[in-house]
Design a protein around this ligand. Sequence first.
Ligand code: NAD
Length: 476
Amino acid sequence: MTDLPELTHVIAGRPDDDAGPTLPVFDPSTGTTVADIPNASAETVDAAVAAATAALAAWSELTPSQRAGRMMDLADCLEENLDRIVELETLDCGKPLQNAREESKFAIDLIRFCAGAGRCMEGKAAQEYAAGKTSFVRREPLGVVAGITPWNYPVVMLAYKLAPALAAGNTLVVKPAEQTPLSTAFIAARAQETLPAGVVNLVLGDGPTTGTAMVRHPDVALVTLTGETETGKLVAREAAATLKRVVLELGGKSPVVVFDDADMDLTARGVSHGAFYNSGQDCTAASRVLAAAGVYDEVVDRLSASASGIRLGGPADAADMGPLVSSEQQDRVSGFIERAGDRGSTVRSSSEVPGSGYFIAPTVISDVGANDEIVQSEVFGPVVSVQRFNTDAEAVELANSTRYGLGASVWTRNVGRAMDVSRRLAVGAVWVNCHDVVTPEMPHGGVRASGYGKDLSMYSIEDMTHVKHVMVSHER
Ligand code: NAD
């Protein structure tokens, strides 16, 4: 039996319980209830924002080196507790232990990266743009940042919000997805051991109650959300009332363009991993393959073969792929697969599915049309569609034909073709001969219905600042 962390809000460095209604948390690999969490009211959110506001002056006035030191202490503390974080993450999500370990290490590395990068923020060079007056630019923290995270990568998504916010001198109120609060609660408690009280505050709860209160709060300067496109629209609308900034990392339907000169071994391996990693619950999952007519059959066969070789199971089973996060998500994904079959597409899926838990077998769907639901909608499950194209121009047109614009990959041995197609894809990231590889140094974020603003990299830290012009007259 896993030892659970204290599942309370954390405000001004202390656990905080509100005696309101609770929400159940399930183990997705068995379907059993493992815990209940509180659902933070607007009053609780207000207390958390007040604590973050009170901590702001002292935190933002530390030198970047001092802030980096405290963030490094947090990263070291998380590394010492890595096994515990991995255990909670797998209980929360049902994902394989090895995946949770690699993801948690990535999150710790990101905190270290931002700690250092916060020391090298740049402004424009000082100049006398008006005669006798020197201008320069300062990057200032925004204030209290509200971070709202999804359930697919709880630890990584927490780091995406926490690390740049703190590095830029802001303080944080964070809310994990109600389905997966365990690892975030544990990490928030560790943050109290290493950071000044009030710099990181945790509120537990759902979107409509707790999330809305965070977005509406007048003392929150910026909301950074990773979630569905419809949630992003709601958040942007609510945030407009107080003119607060928003960073929105939303849904995706990444095109994977396979040309007939691609290395097929590399492509089959890379696309299969990109489509089925984390049970396809990934905003940049390789969910929409576009294959040149000459390799279409081979792509369908190879993806189907790798899908049927994937072993499903819970964290204890040393499986390749875990369950989906919830029964709602399992029903939703099954619905997409059934409707695609009903409209005449070919559905291939042959892995053995465990009896309990929210599992869906990895599935390849071919014979699809450009406007089909399975091609246009984000499924967020282990499902990949394969479409045929005849020319490079058609490939680009099909790739850009959904409302999303998060990621894409191009598979070819021809460098010129890779460069040309990468330029013409309307997305935030293009991978050539690989898919969905993220690093702390490089930005992640989309365009169109995938949102705006950046996670990761120096750009994410800059998104959490405002630019102030200071002009100094030389008159004496
Ligand atoms: P979701 O939108 O349902 O929930 C995300 C978070 O928003 C949760 O914490 C939820 O409680 C909160 N929320 C919901 N309604 C809210 C509201 N009205 N106001 C404030 N907060 C609210 O998303 P999900 O189902 O948890 O996650 C899956 C989605 O996340 C997918 O669409 C996926 O593409 C997206 N995602 C995007 C990225 C990216 O970087 N672009 C990364 C991972 C996941």
